[in-house]
Design a protein around this ligand. Sequence first.
Ligand code: AMP
Length: 194
Amino acid sequence: MIRAKYHIETPSVGAILREQAAAKTEIGLAAEKYTREGRLVPDEIIVALAESWLTAHDSAFLFDGFPRTIGQGEALDNMLNKRNTPLEIAISLDIDLATIQDRVSRRMVCSKCGFIVSIGLHVESVDTPCPRCGAVLHRRKDDSLDALQQRMIEYREKSEPLISFYAQRGILRHIPAQDRPDAVFAEVCTALEN
Ligand code: AMP
C-alpha cells in the first residue's frame, strides 16, 4: 500500500530471506537456521543483503524490518552517506505482546505471491485460497509460539536500543499499531508526509 501510494520501494529483509530459503541459495539456507528459531540473522549476512539491494536501486525506499541491531544501523548510515542520501525517518510500530501473539496466530502467507493475510480479517480459515491470486496459503515457519518468544528476546536485547539511536537524531516517529490495518496505515502516511 505504501509502495503504491508514494511510488517508493518497501523492501522487507525477512521476505528476501524467505525467498532465498525457498530458492535454496547459500544465503537462504544459512539464514534459515536462525529465522526458524526466531533468532536474528548475523549482521554480516543482513548488511550484505541490504547493501546489494541499495546498489541495485537508487529510488526512495522504506525498509521493513531493517535495521534490527545498532551494528546494522551504523552500517546503513555508512551506505547512505556514500549515496549522499541520509536517513530521513525511522518508524517504531508500538504494540503490546497480547496483540502480537494474536496477529501471529492468525497470520497466513500466500505460497505464490507472498500476500499476507489475517484469518478472520481477510480470509475465513486456513483453507481459504489467497484472495489475490488463488494459490494456497501457508503459515510462516517462525510463526510458532516458541519462535515468537525468542523473537521478543532478540527484540529487547538487540533491536530496542535503536529507539534511542534514532530518537537522539530527531528522526524517530512512534506509531500506535494496535488498531486495524487501515488506521495504522493512515498514521504511517501522516508520519511520512510530515
Ligand atoms: P520478518 O519477516 O521481518 O518478521 O523477519 C523474519 C525473520 O528474518 C526474523 O525473525 C529474523 O530471523 C530474520 N530477519 C529479518 N530482518 C532481519 C534483520 N534486519 N536482522 C537480522 N535478522 C533479520
